[in-house]
Design a protein around this ligand. Structure first.
Ligand SMILES: [Zn+2]
Ligand SMILES: [Zn+2]
Length: 110
C-alpha cells in the first residue's frame, strides 16, 4: 500500500516540467519559495525547482517548483485535497489518492 505522501511525491514526480524557454520572465519565480525556476534539478542539494503546472482549476496555469508543489500537497495530508496557494482551488490529484482510509493517512504521518 502506498501512503499519501509517497503517492503525492510519485504523482508530482510524474508530471512533466514546463519548458522554461516558454515562460515569460515575470513568471519565472516560484510563488511558494521565490526562487527562480531551473531547467533541471539541482544536482548538489537535490532540490527540484523545475516548473510544474499545479492541477488546480485556474484558467491561467499556476506554476510551482516541483519540490515546492510536493511540499504544498504533503502539507494537506491530514485533510486532502490540497489547495493551490495562489487561487485556493483544490489541486486535483488522481482518484486513487482520495481512496486512502484514515489509518493509511495516519500511519503516513507518524
Ligand atoms: Zn519553490
Ligand atoms: Zn491555482
Amino acid at each position: 500500500m502506498t501512503g499519501y505522501r509517497t503517492a503525492v511525491s510519485n504523482f508530482v514526480g510524474s508530471l512533466p516540467a514546463v519548458d522554461i524557454s516558454t515562460i515569460p520572465d515575470e513568471d519565472m519565480t516560484c510563488p511558494y519559495c521565490w526562487s527562480r525556476f531551473d531547467e533541471v534539478p539541482d544536482p548538489e542539494d537535490g532540490t527540484d525547482n523545475t516548473p510544474i503546472v499545479a492541477t488546480c482549476s485556474s484558467v491561467r496555469p499556476h506554476l510551482f517548483g516541483r519540490s515546492c508543489l510536493i511540499e504544498i500537497m504533503k502539507s494537506a495530508a491530514a485533510s486532502p485535497p490540497p489547495l493551490c496557494p495562489l487561487c485556493r482551488q483544490a489541486i486535483e490529484i488522481p482518484e486513487e489518492l482520495f481512496d486512502l482510509d484514515y489509518d493509511m493517512i495516519h500511519d503516513d504521518l507518524k
